[in-house]
Each structure stands twice: as C-alpha cells, then as structure tokens.
Design a protein around this ligand. Structure first.
Ligand code: HBI
Ligand code: FE
Length: 293
C-alpha cells in the first residue's frame, strides 16, 4: 500500500535485481520477528471471522497462513501458484509505479520483507510483511480477484502512458486497500489496509463516523483519500466479478478524458447520485482535527 507519491529512487538499490526484487532471506529472521508476526496474526485472525470477506478467510486457509512465523515466500508461492499462478517476491520497500504495475501484470506480488517493531503494532506508514502478506496475499488465491489484480497492473501501465496514474491510484486505494464488499446482505472487508489493521477492521464496519457508498468508478476516481488515518468514505462493491466488470474490463481512456474537466470531490462529502449506505457523522475525523489544532 502506498500513496502513489513519486519514488525517490529510479534505479534499484544495491543488492536488488533489475526488477527490484531481493532475496527474502527467510533464514535471517529472528525469533522476535517471528513472534511479532504471530502476535499480529493472532489478533487479526480471532476478530476477522464474520468481518472479513469469505474469499479472504478462504485464502488464509488455502495458503496455510496460520502456520506460525513469518511465511517463507518460496513455500507460500508454491501454494499460491497452484491456486492462481501468482507468486510473492520480496522488495526493499516501495518500488516505482511502473515497476509495481509490471510485477502485477506478471502475477508477481511485491512484498516488504521487514516486519514492524512492537511500538508500531497499530500503525506504520510503509507496508511491512504483515500488511503485504497477511493483508494482500490471501485474496490472490481467489481466481476473480487474482484476475482483477493482474488487470490492475496492465491498466496501470496503460494509465502511465495516458497521464492518468492518479486516477488508478485512487481505484487501488478504494478497492484493493480499503474496499468493502456486500456479502449475504452484510458488509464485509476485503481491503488489505483495513484487514491488516485491528482498529480499522472495527471502524470500517461498525463506526457511524465514515460514509459508506456504493462503488462507482467515476466517483472513486474523483475522490482523494487519506494516507495518514482511517478513511472518511468507504466504497462498497457487490462482488469481485462486478468490480472487474465495472473497471478493468472496460477501456478507461474515454473516462480519463471525461474526468480531465471534473474537479476533485471532497473526501468526506456525500454527492448527489451516491448510493448511500451510511451517511457518516464524521465525528472521528472532526475529533482528530480538534486535537490536531
Ligand atoms: N511499491 N512495494 C510497493 N508496494 C505497493 O503497494 C506500491 C508500490 N509502489 C507504487 C504503489 N504501490 C502505488 O503507488 C500504485 O498503486 C499506484
Ligand atoms: Fe498495500
């Protein structure tokens, strides 16, 4: 997960391959690092049944992520490849957008190898191995979501040529990172940024503060997002099939052109035409602003 900001480096750092991958060095993890993974895994896995999408829970199971300790990406990739042809590779941190998109287009998911410190238990800006692997990888075992992620990579490469990266970054943010899905009439989490965060896994579904709005691609592409705190608006899809149909199976170039003259929307304000599921109170964001003053 990253905010799509420009990347400081343009060539791979020392020790990284041309595609920015590095060895995971699984044998180098310390017992404390494995214990940190186990603490994060235990806290999330006990609270996600009934809260995370069924496809996410199934992915945890298929990939046997409940095995203690930080997963060995080679072992994990063997199971994942059998399911959907995806592999998990280690990178030193955020990689440039074109590198990121090319990996997705090739069905390789780039994951950080480092794990957060105990004092970062509840939040860190840079994606660590828990965010990337626990948050993102289980859904890569779902055939339709696996197709969506590959189509996202292909669409991302095209968007670079059309100067529309920021539109696709918003699509990523409001689906892959912070998306909600309706399942059997209830809201469930599928976004990696939510599912890997204890606090936001509660806030996104239960708190009256944020708006919850039916997904619409033009609306999402006009809506900025928070990179430093819980989202003020969440978008809800009906299914991964529906998401794929509405987004990356279509040619987005005409939409990019149409959006050139469309101003950004305020990220907390409901718009005419929104399919409103929750008219949020925004009390959480307001209370944070008050304390921030
Ligand atoms: N790099 N390692 C890594 N992980 C990401 O999630 C990532 C990235 N680079 C770019 C990026 N995400 C986003 O800016 C794109 O989705 C736009
Ligand atoms: Fe992420």
């Amino acid at each position: 997960m990253s905010d799509g900001s420009a990347h400081p480096l343009t060539t791979p750092p020392a020790g990284a391959a041309a595609d920015w991958t590095i060895p995971q060095g699984w044998a180098d993890y310390t017992a404390d690092e494995h214990a940190m993974w186990d603490r994060l895994f235990a806290r999330q896995s006990q609270m996600l049944p009934g809260r995370a999408s069924e496809a996410f829970l199934k992915g945890l199971d298929v990939l046997r992520l409940s095995k203690p300790g930080i997963p060995d990406f080679d072992e994990l990739s063997e199971r994942l490849t059998k399911a959907t042809g995806w592999r998990v590779v280690a990178v030193p941190g955020l990689v440039p957008d074109d590198v990121f998109f090319r990996h997705l287009a090739n069905r390789t998911f780039v994951a950080g190898r480092f794990i957060r410190r105990p004092d970062q238990m509840d939040y860190l800006q840079e994606p660590d191995v828990f965010h990337d692997v626990f948050g993102h990888v289980p859904l890569l075992a779902d055939p339709v979501f696996a197709d969506y992620m590959q189509a996202y990579g292909e669409g991302g490469l095209k968007s670079l040529g059309l100067g529309a990266l920021h539109r696709l970054a918003r699509l990523y943010w409001y689906t892959v990172e912070f998306g909600l899905v309706r399942e059997a009439g209830a809201l469930r989490i599928y976004g990696a940024g939510i599912v890997s965060s204890y606090g936001e896994s509660v806030f996104a579904l239960d708190d009256p503060s944020p708006n919850r709005v039916g997904f619409d691609i033009g609306r999402v592409m006009r809506t900025p997002y928070r990179i430093d705190d819980y989202q003020q608006t969440y978008f809800v899809i009906e299914s991964f099939e529906d998401l794929l149909r509405q987004t990356l199976e279509a040619d987005l170039a005409p939409l990019y052109r149409q959006l050139e003259t469309a101003p950004d929307l305020d990220l907390a304000t409901l718009q005419p035409g929104d399919a409103v599921l929750t008219r949020g109170t925004q009390h959480y964001a307001r209370s944070k602003q008050e304390t921030a003053r």
